[in-house]
Ligand binder design. Structure first.
Ligand code: 5GP
Ligand code: ZN
Length: 112
Protein backbone atom coordinates (compact mmCIF):
# COMPACT_ATOMS: atom_id res chain seq x y z
CA UNK A 1 0.00 0.00 0.00
CA UNK A 2 1.26 3.43 -0.90
CA UNK A 3 0.72 5.33 2.35
CA UNK A 4 2.88 8.27 3.40
CA UNK A 5 2.42 7.70 7.14
CA UNK A 6 3.17 3.97 6.86
CA UNK A 7 6.41 5.04 5.18
CA UNK A 8 7.14 7.53 7.96
CA UNK A 9 6.38 4.82 10.56
CA UNK A 10 8.79 2.36 8.94
CA UNK A 11 11.44 5.05 8.22
CA UNK A 12 11.23 4.84 4.43
CA UNK A 13 10.53 8.57 4.63
CA UNK A 14 12.37 10.82 7.06
CA UNK A 15 10.63 12.80 9.77
CA UNK A 16 11.50 14.36 13.10
CA UNK A 17 10.50 11.54 15.42
CA UNK A 18 10.00 12.58 19.06
CA UNK A 19 8.65 9.32 20.39
CA UNK A 20 8.30 5.73 19.26
CA UNK A 21 7.28 2.42 20.77
CA UNK A 22 5.87 -0.88 19.51
CA UNK A 23 2.48 0.62 18.70
CA UNK A 24 2.91 4.24 17.67
CA UNK A 25 5.18 6.98 16.38
CA UNK A 26 5.05 10.70 17.14
CA UNK A 27 6.73 13.17 14.81
CA UNK A 28 6.69 16.87 14.02
CA UNK A 29 4.14 18.07 11.49
CA UNK A 30 5.93 19.39 8.41
CA UNK A 31 3.65 22.44 8.30
CA UNK A 32 3.14 23.45 11.95
CA UNK A 33 0.21 25.70 12.88
CA UNK A 34 1.47 26.37 16.42
CA UNK A 35 4.79 26.20 18.35
CA UNK A 36 4.02 22.56 19.16
CA UNK A 37 2.40 20.56 16.35
CA UNK A 38 3.00 16.84 16.52
CA UNK A 39 1.31 13.95 14.77
CA UNK A 40 0.79 10.72 16.66
CA UNK A 41 0.06 7.69 14.49
CA UNK A 42 -0.40 3.96 15.02
CA UNK A 43 2.28 1.83 13.35
CA UNK A 44 -0.57 -0.36 12.13
CA UNK A 45 -2.35 1.14 9.13
CA UNK A 46 -5.85 2.25 10.09
CA UNK A 47 -7.59 4.58 7.60
CA UNK A 48 -9.12 6.89 10.18
CA UNK A 49 -11.48 7.07 13.15
CA UNK A 50 -14.25 5.90 10.81
CA UNK A 51 -12.61 2.48 10.36
CA UNK A 52 -11.33 1.76 13.89
CA UNK A 53 -12.42 -1.76 14.87
CA UNK A 54 -12.61 -3.75 18.10
CA UNK A 55 -9.04 -4.99 17.71
CA UNK A 56 -7.73 -1.42 17.43
CA UNK A 57 -9.26 -0.21 20.69
CA UNK A 58 -6.16 -0.80 22.80
CA UNK A 59 -3.90 0.91 20.27
CA UNK A 60 -6.10 3.99 20.22
CA UNK A 61 -6.31 4.12 24.01
CA UNK A 62 -2.53 3.71 24.17
CA UNK A 63 -2.06 6.60 21.75
CA UNK A 64 -4.03 8.86 24.08
CA UNK A 65 -1.75 7.95 26.96
CA UNK A 66 1.23 8.85 24.76
CA UNK A 67 -0.40 12.13 23.75
CA UNK A 68 -0.73 13.00 27.43
CA UNK A 69 2.93 12.14 28.00
CA UNK A 70 4.09 14.16 24.99
CA UNK A 71 2.03 17.19 26.01
CA UNK A 72 3.75 17.12 29.37
CA UNK A 73 7.16 16.67 27.76
CA UNK A 74 6.47 19.63 25.46
CA UNK A 75 5.61 21.74 28.49
CA UNK A 76 2.02 22.38 27.42
CA UNK A 77 0.99 23.04 31.00
CA UNK A 78 -1.59 25.63 30.02
CA UNK A 79 -3.51 23.26 27.74
CA UNK A 80 -3.49 21.99 24.20
CA UNK A 81 -5.72 20.55 21.51
CA UNK A 82 -5.99 17.07 19.99
CA UNK A 83 -7.58 16.81 16.55
CA UNK A 84 -8.27 13.94 14.20
CA UNK A 85 -9.74 14.95 10.86
CA UNK A 86 -11.94 12.30 9.23
CA UNK A 87 -12.72 11.97 5.54
CA UNK A 88 -13.34 14.65 2.95
CA UNK A 89 -15.63 16.92 4.98
CA UNK A 90 -13.34 16.57 7.99
CA UNK A 91 -10.37 17.69 5.93
CA UNK A 92 -8.36 14.48 6.25
CA UNK A 93 -5.58 14.77 3.67
CA UNK A 94 -3.68 11.63 4.71
CA UNK A 95 -5.73 8.49 5.01
CA UNK A 96 -3.79 6.93 7.90
CA UNK A 97 -5.21 7.54 11.36
CA UNK A 98 -3.40 10.41 13.06
CA UNK A 99 -3.93 12.71 15.96
CA UNK A 100 -2.65 16.28 15.81
CA UNK A 101 -1.26 17.49 19.15
CA UNK A 102 -1.28 21.26 18.93
CA UNK A 103 -0.29 23.80 21.55
CA UNK A 104 2.13 26.41 22.79
CA UNK A 105 -0.20 29.33 22.13
CA UNK A 106 -3.80 30.33 22.81
CA UNK A 107 -5.79 28.59 20.10
CA UNK A 108 -8.82 30.01 18.34
CA UNK A 109 -11.94 28.09 17.37
CA UNK A 110 -12.70 28.85 13.76
CA UNK A 111 -14.52 26.70 11.21
CA UNK A 112 -15.04 27.85 7.65
P1 5GP B 1 -4.71 15.94 7.91
O1 5GP B 1 -4.90 17.10 6.98
O2 5GP B 1 -4.83 14.62 7.18
O3 5GP B 1 -5.53 16.00 9.15
O4 5GP B 1 -3.23 16.05 8.44
C1 5GP B 1 -2.12 15.69 7.70
C2 5GP B 1 -0.95 16.44 8.26
O5 5GP B 1 0.22 15.83 7.79
C3 5GP B 1 -0.87 17.92 7.82
O6 5GP B 1 -0.90 18.76 8.97
C4 5GP B 1 0.45 18.01 7.07
O7 5GP B 1 1.14 19.20 7.33
C5 5GP B 1 1.21 16.80 7.57
N1 5GP B 1 2.14 16.23 6.60
C6 5GP B 1 1.90 15.98 5.29
N2 5GP B 1 2.96 15.41 4.71
C7 5GP B 1 3.91 15.30 5.67
C8 5GP B 1 5.25 14.79 5.67
O8 5GP B 1 5.79 14.31 4.66
N3 5GP B 1 5.93 14.85 6.84
C9 5GP B 1 5.37 15.36 7.99
N4 5GP B 1 6.14 15.37 9.10
N5 5GP B 1 4.11 15.84 8.03
C10 5GP B 1 3.39 15.81 6.88
ZN1 ZN C 1 -0.67 3.86 6.43
Amino acid sequence: MDCLFCKIANKEIESEVLFEDDYCVAFKDINPVAPTHLLVIPKKHIDGIDTINELDKEIVAHIFMIIKLLAKREGLNNGYRVISNVGADGGQSIRHLHFHLIGGKKLGWNFE
